[in-house]
Design a protein around this ligand. Sequence first.
Ligand SMILES: NC(=O)c1ccc[n+]([C@@H]2O[C@H](COP(=O)([O-])OP(=O)(O)OC[C@H]3O[C@@H](n4cnc5c(N)ncnc54)[C@H](OP(=O)(O)O)[C@@H]3O)[C@@H](O)[C@H]2O)c1
Length: 267
Amino acid sequence: MKYYNGKTILITGASAGLGKAFAIELAEVAEKLILVARRMPQLEEVAALCRAVNNKIVIELATADLNQESDRKQLIDRYARKSTILINNAGFDHFGDIFKYDFAIYEKMIELNVLALTQLTHAFGLEMIKRKSGGILNISSVGMISISPKSVIYHATKSYVSHFTEGAHHALKPHGVNCTAFCPGATATDFYKVSGTSVAVNKLMPAKQAAQLGLAALARNDKLVFPGLLNNLMYLGSRLVPRSWIPFFFKLVFSQYLVDKREWDRA
Ligand SMILES: NC(=O)c1ccc[n+]([C@@H]2O[C@H](COP(=O)([O-])OP(=O)(O)OC[C@H]3O[C@@H](n4cnc5c(N)ncnc54)[C@H](OP(=O)(O)O)[C@@H]3O)[C@@H](O)[C@H]2O)c1
């Protein structure tokens, strides 16, 4: 955690889940946290938890809807120059057959998971290059390796996030800027509630553990990191088996988390 000492860190999607866990972990060492999400009451709760860890921490709360171009631009104008670390964490999935649902959902998903993350990486990265220091942690997913009929667009967005971030890693490294794609597997957050599935929370990785592993990966300047043995095995396995087997394996692994396995076929 020494890497984060005295840093000004902006976290998107900081009102819940992994973003909240990143904030609480960083509260111990950072100088300032800028917490971004749409819901102010939840951001205030996270700020209180951070202050309970370290009452000297400076916290700024910023409500922004990253699906709005004007909000993204405002965030960039206000914070790109000031932030030494950016954690691009906000994202969501909508579980189910894409051909049963309105495209508007997927338009928002692509805008948030892909466009907003790319735009912030570009704008904050430019400022970091000028300063010859900084770090960007982009939250991808183990779903980046997956091909599944039930999360078609989400998995495609996360493949993009990993691919883009690996490229950005190589572009930023000569300038002294770290850049890491972090690919969690099933983690205990509101993610599944938002995506419309019910999962057995006791089978998921705790958000605190995932956040610690993600922060350590950026501090080491790893390119692409999967937390835990299962996610690493899945990544390795996906490179060894024929691609046509991947949807079958994904269904097998993901179904074990579902409270009601019939949900897979219904969605
Ligand atoms: N949990 C998992 O199993 C898992 C696995 C792999 C990858 N991930 C990735 O981890 C990241 C964090 O997800 P999570 O698991 O922590 O889910 P979560 O608990 O649902 O949190 C998502 C966060 O994103 C924010 N957000 C959503 N839409 C937004 C928007 N339009 N503008 C600004 N903020 C927005 C939410 O805040 P507001 O609603 O207040 O805006 C919330 O703080 C995502 O990129 C997700 O794809 C999660």
